[in-house]
Design a protein around this ligand. Sequence first.
Ligand code: PXG
Length: 449
Amino acid sequence: MKRETAVLQPAYGIDTQAYWMPFTHNRYFKKSPGSRTLVRAEGAYYTNADGKRLFDCLSGLWCSPLGHGHPRIAEAVARQVKELDYSPAFQMGHPKIFSLAGRIAALAGAGMSHVFFGNSGSEAVDTALKIAVAYHRVKGEASRTRLIGRERGYHGVGLGGISVGGIAPNRRMFSALMLPGVDHLPHTYNAAEMAFSRGQPKWGAHLADELERLVALHDASTIAAVIVEPMQGSGGVIVPPAGYLERLRAICDRHGILLIFDEVITGFGRLGEMFGAQRFGVAPDMICFAKIVTNGVIPMSGVIVKRAIHDAFMTGPDHAVELFHGYTYSGHPVAAAAAHATLDAFEEEKPLARARELEPALERAVHSLKGEPGVADIRNIGLAAAVELEPVPDKPGLRALKVFERGIEEGMLYRFTGDTIAMAPPFISSKNEIETMIERLREAIRSTR
Ligand code: PXG
């Protein structure tokens, strides 16, 4: 078969052919990879292979808000590689992972007591779903196997995550592999009721009552857990209506259903509190986290659980394994060192206070784009914002791609999915950088119209 290398340009002198890129238009990318090949990062900026500095508008992929090359984290990682580079995850432990688990559980508060570690958000989600089903089983309610996700939800790409997830293109190709017995809540977005709202929309709390409908349909005795992102990130910064999460919590309580918050994006400060649970004042039974826990430097994820969930497994003979689940790199020592250093930075450099301080500046700036050509909606909360563009007729995604490409020319690395531009700037940004990020976006939106 004829290979397509001929049209591909090298990136930074390297043939791009062999790399099958994730969630990427591979052929389009490889036609001109230079501007989209990153070679360095420092603070809130990347440098691409063309030598251009790019403001990191999404903190990597939502994961690096303390800035790149953070000295404290870099040093902790270097030290750890020399001291203990790997420690078997099963039947063995190491000091930093014990102390990290305690630290993370304490940060989550609200009765959270134990942490199970993985490496990616997808693994955290699969872990939480497995714990939920197994929990009911060890409690003697083996019929509770059903999982409830939500439309437009993103829970990674594992078979569990796409089953409870609600982003159609991520599911379509794999429908044969979906978990049985999954149902979905409706998403909470309604343009007519909430377009251009700032923070939490006032309309929509009643959508949580759809859970009652699902309980009536399936019976509570078949339902293990509900999993939602407190704020839907990949779905396009869809902010929960005021009162919505509270109602979900109440319905779960009423029917003995576990409530899992997937905080892979919202965990560790994106909404100005350590967890979205705290920002919204709703305590879930489990929290999935990843990304910011190490500032994106080393992969790490986990599930924080309430004591009652953990303790339910601690029965039977004490020489027996309680949960048949785990990964080679669960609690990796280098990731643990990076996470400790990240949490140290949270304590000493006060990035949360900074994120809170920047929130109104981002809100003000991003909503000033209302009225620009083809801007269909603007949403924001914490240090996250999305600008939804009207698609080019018959060419969904093209408008945002053009804005994205224009952004790179202007020194801005925006994130686009579909026709939505998402921004989640580093907590170390200045007000001026946030305003510039929005002004450049304004120009890009105008230029692509
Ligand atoms: N849950 C949530 C809520 C996520 O946002 C995952 C699980 C999966 O994490 P891993 O580490 O397996 O990728 C995610 C990941 C974007 C974007 O631009 C979002 C994610 C990943 C990449 C890009 O919105 N979220």
